[in-house]
Write a protein that binds this ligand. Sequence first.
Ligand code: FAD
Length: 793
Amino acid sequence: MRVLIVGGVAGGATAAARLRRLDEHADITILERGEHIAYANCGLPYHLGGKIANRRSLFLLTPADFQRRFAVDVRTGHEAAAIHRGNHELEVLDLAAGRTYREHYDRLLLSPGAAPIRPRGMEGSRVFAFRSVTDADRLQSFLADERPASALVVGGGFLGLEMAENLVARGLSVTLVEMASQVLLGLDADMVWPLHEHLRAKGVTLELGSAVAALEEAGKSVRATLADGRRLEAGLVILALGVRPEVELARKAGLELGPMGGIAVDRQLRTSDPAIFAVGDAIEVEHRVSGRKVLLPLAGPANRQARVAAANIAGRSEEYSGSAGTAIVKVFELAAGFTGLNRQQLERAGIDHRSVIIHSASHATYYPGAETLTLKLLFSGAGDILGAQAVGREGVDKRIDVIATAIQLGGRVADLSRLDLSYAPPFGHARDPVNVAGLMGGNLQAGDIDVVDAADLLARPERQVVDVSEPAEFAAGHVPGSVNIPLGELRSRLGELDPAQEVVCVCALGRRSYNACRVLRQHGFSKARNLSGGYRTYRGLARPAAPPAAGGEIELDACGLGCPGPILEVNRRLRDLPVGATLRVKATDPGFPADIAAWCERTGNRLIALRREGDVFAAIVGKGQPPSDPGSSPAGAPLLDKTLIVFSGDLDRAIAAFIIATGAAVMGRKVTMFFTFWGLTVLRRRAAGLRKSFLDRMFGAMLPRGPSALKLSRMNLGGIGAPMIRWVMRRKGVMSLEELIGQAQAAGVRLVACQMSMDVMGIRREELAEGVEVAGVATYLQASETAGTNLFI
Ligand code: FAD
């Protein structure tokens, strides 16, 4: 039997090897128009970036090796030009010799792959497609010779993302232009935002919702004109606009094409001509979930199809049962994977669906190195699994592959909750995120819970929203218009909610709010719904696009400073910068990641990136537009003032009071601290020559004279507690109480001493620190009228 194979990379080489294993006597020839066969094109971007240092390791087998090992005639530089189906002949063009010849076949296998989409006019010596080793070599030489400083990547799919990462690794400044409003269209909008943040954090400029209309080479750069008229310039352009199936040979031969424009094949991968098989990027396959014909240009399906086609050519009967579209991509330190269909695809296919989003740690949190993993599960009302998406630094592949397996074996949502998966603390959880997603889906199906998507809440915000987080979390950020009833208080505060209305329950990650929903449901709130993915997903989706950087980038080293030092420093440095400027901050305070996120959200600045580098947290903060209404947050939420009554003269309580007050002031709130009775001693200082009555002198002698004389509320240890805590604070970079007072005043905190208490305790104005107001209770009451929080310390 004479078998000709067109294309010698993923599908072609795999089919040839398998066919040889099945039929030692077949006469097999591979015709490949390129120079190489059987190479790892998936590894090419990483070779470019230097991760795969050795170019040779990309070549799994050379033509000579392949020929020797499999007794296959490999002809590189030979292009299949036409199929003469009537007499089973293939017309071949020998590219080097420039001559054509004909080869007879009993069976023909087409694996010609796909061609990069290259719009008309987008050519030039600085414009690159990236498909083959030859393309990669050309780009490598260009980078070495020309040393461009910047690159424009057009297209935010798999290849665009990989190229962006690897060009950054080569030291180029990269702008990625994507026509859609997001990268990686396999992910839903509520799952993709971490990729946007991460790309920006890695220095990639994202131009989302922008299409490149024209490219024009100008000297040592390329100028791109966007559809909105803006112009971008870079040293080179990578076209990563996707691929179209190579069907010209098949079309000219009269082989049937499918609705998506790929070669139509049956389950045995036979084309409309029984002597011709086709596999890989060029064909259309059945989607395992939708049942529709799709193009899935991926290496895994190409390899599996090649085995099936080879078996059928060898006289066996095997079937390719379709593809679930399972895929994964690395985006710097993140991974994003998906299987099945996403929300948009399900809507387009008219498939009714539900979904849950969970945030989990990639492995047990008490074992070092756990990372946040976000998993979305989509399923039908009947419990069929329709799709899944995952994003995180660790464990994405495992979760997606488990769900992909379940989909392909006909598993249902409830099965996921019961899957027996491997577990030890370094690897996962006793209840794996896949189990949890299955449980959540099962609860939804059973009607025990109902959910609302973040996108739906953003589109229709005028609802009764209750945030069951703790007040401090609520203060750090919440859904505009929501009320805060911590979960522990919910049962006693049900009267504050209207059971006739829908109630959307929110917390940071959606777990406590799930419990809240259960409480509400059982107290007659039949319309209680959980915000899927919690505030984390809502915030990610609601966050406005990054403003373009302008005004330069400033470095700030806040390492060693304790709370609220780093935030104060950020506030101070950013104040003088223009909108659009970026500040790179490094801090070691463990509370910094949460604080900087909350601070940015409240102040209209943007947290472009936040990552951990050993013990150091590195954040990139973009100076945003200050809120137009100083009384509102950028999201429009009213900024409520804070009042604190400082009654205590204990050192630790005073420190806590000043940290909270300064933090709130830096967040843009008006803060008033009202010092009364023992609290006055915090503001006290030595003043010589004051004439006082005997009683006042006696009182004065008994009261501590200012911050340095205060004692601890607990563990005073016969007087050494306070010096000890001061020493510890100094070591840990926390400001002293004296410094905190100064910082609070600098941040605009209003310090008011209670006149009545001063009279009672015989403290004079001259004994108080500079800048302290002396006033009565009415001043405090007036301030508290507009306060959202009033603390008694
Ligand atoms: P190919 O492997 O592209 O082989 C087709 C071959 O046919 C080509 O060498 C071509 O020169 C030859 N040919 C075409 N027409 C003719 C003709 N008329 N005569 C002779 N020869 C012809 N997929 C993943 O799943 N994961 C990844 O991480 C991934 N990364 C990728 C990275 C890059 C840079 C690229 C380019 C692709 C990547 N892919 C990835 C996709 C994957 O490589 C393809 O899906 C897979 O190679 C398809 O196999 P194929 O045999 O259909 O086509």
